[in-house]
Design a protein around this ligand. Structure first.
Ligand SMILES: NC(=O)c1ccc[n+]([C@@H]2O[C@H](COP(=O)([O-])OP(=O)(O)OC[C@H]3O[C@@H](n4cnc5c(N)ncnc54)[C@H](OP(=O)(O)O)[C@@H]3O)[C@@H](O)[C@H]2O)c1
Length: 311
C-alpha cells in the first residue's frame, strides 16, 4: 500500500529534506507518495510538520495517523486545538551532537574566561588561572534528550554538574534534583547555568530576578533552550549589577532578535542566531521513516508529546 506523506514545512526546507526522506522511507521499506502539497487532506496518512508551513488547521486531515514534528521544540503546535492526531517531536542524533558541541564549547569558554584575551582594549597580561573543571559548579536545567547528553559530556570533562528536571530520577555520574526546592538547590552557588528546558507555561521565566540572585556572583548563563525561559529585564539588571558575569544566548522571545533590543548593546551578552543545534536532514529523515515503519507495524510511536505537560 502506498502511504501519502505530506511535507508541511516552510517551502525552503523541501529541497534539503526531499532526497533524504525519500531515501530513508525506501530503506525502511515504505512505499510512499511524499509531496509538499496535497489536493485532498482526507487522504494524507502522515504529516511531516514544521511551524510557519502550510497547515494551521488539522481538522480536514481525518485519516492522518500522526504528525511528525521536524524540530525538537513543540511549543508552537502543542496548543493547537485542531490537532487531535498523535504528535511526535524530533529526537535526532545529529541535532543532539550539535547541541553537545554548542554547550560544551560555550561552557568551556566561560569556564576558561577566554573572552578576556580576545581583542583586549589595551595590552594586558592577565595571569589569573581558571579553576579546574572539578572546582566549577555547573547547573543544567532540563535533563531530557539534549540536557542529559550535555550534562553527561560536561561531567565527563570533570565539571561538578547538577541536573534539574520535572520528575525525580537517578542518573549515574550526575547529581540530580527536581521540583521547586530542587531548583533552588541546583542554582544555589552555581557558576555556569545551561538552560535546556522546553517552553511551557510552567517553565516561562524559570530564571527570574530571584533565581538569578541564587547563583554565585559573576555566574554565566548559556541558553540554547528557549528565550522566554529567562526574564530579559532581570538578566540585564543582574548583568549590570555584576551578579551575572555574562551570558551566551541562542534563543529569544522574538526571533530574529530586534535590532533595538538592549541585549545587542550589552557586551557581556553573546548572541548567536538560533544555530545551537539544527535538525539534520539525513539523520532526522531516518527517525521519521522509522516512526512511520513502527506505526505501520503496530508498534508504539517514538517521542510522543505529552499534550498535557506541553512537551
Ligand atoms: N537552540 C536550538 O537550536 C535548539 C535545538 C533543539 C532544541 N532546543 C530546545 O531544547 C529544548 C529541550 O529539548 P529536549 O529534546 O532535551 O527536550 P525533552 O527531551 O523533552 O526534555 C525536556 C526536559 O525538561 C524538563 N522539564 C520540562 N518541564 C519542566 C518543569 N516544569 N520543571 C522542570 N523540568 C522540566 C523535563 O523533565 P522530565 O525529564 O522530568 O520530563 C526534561 O528533562 C526543546 O524543547 C527546545 O526548546 C533548542
Amino acid at each position: 500500500m502506498t502511504l501519502r506523506i505530506l511535507f508541511a514545512a516552510p517551502r525552503r526546507l523541501w529541497p534539503e529534506f526531499e532526497a533524504p526522506l525519500r531515501r530513508a522511507l525506501a530503506e525502511a521499506g515504505i512505499e510512499a507518495d511524499l509531496a509538499p502539497d496535497c489536493a485532498d487532506p482526507a487522504a494524507v496518512d502522515y504529516i511531516v510538520y514544521a511551524p510557519r508551513g502550510t497547515i494551521t488547521d488539522f481538522t480536514p486531515f481525518v485519516r492522518t495517523r500522526a504528525v511528525l514534528n521536524l524540530w525538537a521544540g513543540v511549543e508552537s503546535i502543542v496548543g493547537n486545538l485542531t490537532l487531535t492526531q498523535p504528535l511526535c517531536r524530533m529526537v535526532d542524533p545529529g541535532l543532539t551532537q550539535g547541541m553537545v558541541e554548542y554547550v560544551v564549547g560555550n561552557v568551556l569558554r566561560h569556564h576558561l574566561g577566554t573572552d578576556r584575551f580576545v581583542r583586549p582594549p589595551a595590552p594586558h597580561w592577565d595571569v589569573r588561572i581558571p579553576p579546574l573543571a572539578s572546582e566549577r559548579k555547573v547547573a543544567v536545567l532540563g535533563l531530557g534528550v539534549l540536557g542529559l547528553a550535555c550534562a553527561r559530556a560536561l561531567a565527563r570533562l570533570g565539571f561538578d554538574v547538577t541536573g534539574w528536571a520535572r520528575r525525580a530520577r537517578r542518573v549515574s555520574g550526575l547529581r540530580t534534583r527536581s521540583g521547586p526546592a530542587g531548583l533552588r538547590a541546583t542554582l544555589a552557588g552555581a557558576e555556569i547555568v545551561v538552560t535546556l528546558l522546553p517552553l511551557t507555561p510552567a517553565t516561562e521565566n524559570t530564571l527570574d530576578a530571584g533565581r538569578l540572585g541564587l547563583l554565585a556572583r559573576g555566574a554565566c548563563i548559556v541558553n540554547p533552550g528557549r528565550g522566554a525561559l529567562i526574564d530579559d529585564a532581570a538578566l540585564l539588571a543582574a548583568i549590570a549589577s555584576g551578579q551575572v558575569g555574562g551570558a551566551t544566548l541562542d534563543v529569544f522571545r522574538t526571533e530574529p532578535l530586534p535590532p533595538d533590543h538592549p541585549f545587542w548593546a550589552e557586551p557581556r551578552i553573546t548572541i548567536t542566531p538560533h544555530i545551537a543545534a539544527d535538525t539534520r536532514a539525513e539523520t532526522s529523515a531516518r527517525v521519521i521513516a522509522e516512526n512511520i515503519r513502527r506505526d505501520q507495524a503496530g508498534q508504539p510511536l517514538l517521542y510522543l508529546v505529552d499534550r498535557n505537560a506541553g512537551y
